[in-house]
Design a protein around this ligand. Structure first.
Ligand code: DC
Length: 219
């Protein structure tokens, strides 16, 4: 079974995917983390966004793994926290716009999805990675609400970014993520659209479960 969730940064995809994975016994794949690993490896190699060829080469030879607790491993090293840093967050969107990098990450994501029952979240899961997923969702919220949530999360994780920095970063990423040559974030008629702006985590989870269980009961 594949549950695919797309939506902009801070819409709650990560939180909901984690809750659903436990409730429905699915492996949770955060595809944004794969692009974050490429960004981190690029930074560690002192590359910048202009070094496209080198970034592509690096993405051809990268080992990214997830464990069942949502930890992320880059070339064998646990980088779960480091991939959320300000430095990575600031360059990940342009890195994820490089078509060849996307091709490599999509191949990896498909391999992960084909060997497990998964909930997979990102920007192009319902449209490119698994357009035939069993359940397709678009999770949304206003920019202000998403920046507020991300700020709270970063404070809890002691990641040093102000509300204004986060707001601007998300606004820029929203634009970049929905204007890509390949794999843009987009809404389609066959996604279930959920706006989480005024909903609690439990309420959003219930919306998802209602749709998944409802579909099961019908078939
Ligand atoms: O979900 P996130 O904020 O961790 O994602 C980081 C970046 O990766 C985001 O700005 C867009 C990109 N991304 C993507 O292009 N396609 C995906 N399937 C997931 C993330």
């Amino acid at each position: 079974m594949i549950v695919a969730i797309d939506g902009p940064a801070g819409s709650g995809k990560g939180t909901i995917a984690s809750v659903l994975s436990k409730k429905l016994n699915l492996v949770n794949i955060d595809t944004g983390a794969t692009y974050r690993c490429v960004a981190l490896k690029a930074l560690r190699n002192n590359l910048n966004i202009e070094d496209k060829e080198k970034i592509i080469e690096l993405s051809n030879n990268i080992d990214i793994k997830f464990d069942l607790n949502n930890n992320v491993y880059l070339d064998g090293e646990d980088v779960t926290k480091e991939i959320r840093s300000k430095e990575v967050t600031n360059i990940v969107s342009p890195i994820s716009s490089i078509v060849e990098v996307r091709k490599n990450m999509v191949d990896l994501q498909r391999r992960l999805g084909n060997s497990n029952n998964v909930v997979m979240e990102g920007r192009d899961i319902t449209t490119v990675v698994f357009p035939n997923a069993d359940y397709k969702f678009y999770l949304d919220a206003t920019l202000e609400e998403r920046a507020k949530r991300r700020f709270k999360e970063y404070q809890e994780k002691q990641i040093d970014m102000s509300y204004d920095e986060i707001y601007e970063n998300i606004k820029n990423r929203d634009y970049n993520d929905s204007h890509k040559e390949v794999g843009s974030l987009m809404r389609t008629d066959d996604q279930h659209y959920i706006d989480s702006t005024n909903l609690t985590i439990d309420e959003v989870t219930n919306e998802f479960i209602k749709i998944i269980e409802g579909d099961k009961n019908e078939s």
